[in-house]
Write a protein that binds this ligand. Structure first.
Ligand SMILES: [Zn+2]
Length: 187
């Protein structure tokens, strides 16, 4: 794993079919709430939150406890699903990019490999942090940064996507980023 490529957030599918493994790293964006206006003059507690990379993550509806969804593509010709969205076309069958349809992938899966990063070239996330190659239940492999108690993180361990605070926009909108946490074993 190239440390220089590690920034944070959600990793991208390892393209095992190409000679050079593409390891792009992108950051995605937990909800915060603030007083906002809804309707005519009524003031209510409404979530005002966006994903750091909304083109790659769809947050749950306001007030929902649903996990974030990962925005990928599905090839209409061969069915291959991929992440991140590919601007050129299907790697598997060569279909043109207009054959690639937006699809949402559940942010749940199993750790395939895991490593702790002690040094990297961005101040965030703060080191040390743990990254994992994750095989999503929807079949796509990507890399993600783990959050929470990572002591149980290992090959074969289930993880799920969660959002964590990243920043606040000038207008007060909370910006959130995607992380993965270990799913506790049922007791
Ligand atoms: Zn295809």
């Amino acid at each position: 794993m190239s440390r220089a490529r590690l920034t944070s957030g959600l990793g991208v599918t390892e393209r095992a079919s190409s000679s050079s493994v593409v390891r792009l790293w992108v950051d995605l964006g937990p909800p915060a709430f603030r007083l906002g206006r809804r309707g005519f003059g009524s003031v209510a507690l409404v979530p005002d939150v966006r994903a750091r990379y909304p083109q790659l993550i769809r947050l749950a509806e306001a007030g929902s406890a649903s996990p974030p969804m990962i925005v990928g593509q599905a090839c209409q010709a061969c069915g291959r699903r991929s992440f991140p969205p590919d601007p050129y076309g299907c790697e598997a069958c060569g279909a043109a990019v207009d054959q690639l349809a937006r699809t949402e992938l559940a942010a749940t899966g199993v750790i395939h490999a895991v490593a702790t990063v002690h040094r990297h070239h961005h101040p965030r996330p703060e080191t040390p942090f743990t990254v994992a190659t994750i095989v999503l239940d929807d079949g796509v492999t990507l890399k993600g940064v783990l959050t929470g108690d990572t002591s149980a993180a290992g090959v074969g361990i289930r993880v799920r996507g969660v959002t964590v605070p990243w920043d606040t926009d000038d207008d007060g909108t909370e910006v959130v980023d995607l992380r993965f946490e270990v799913v506790p074993e049922p007791s």
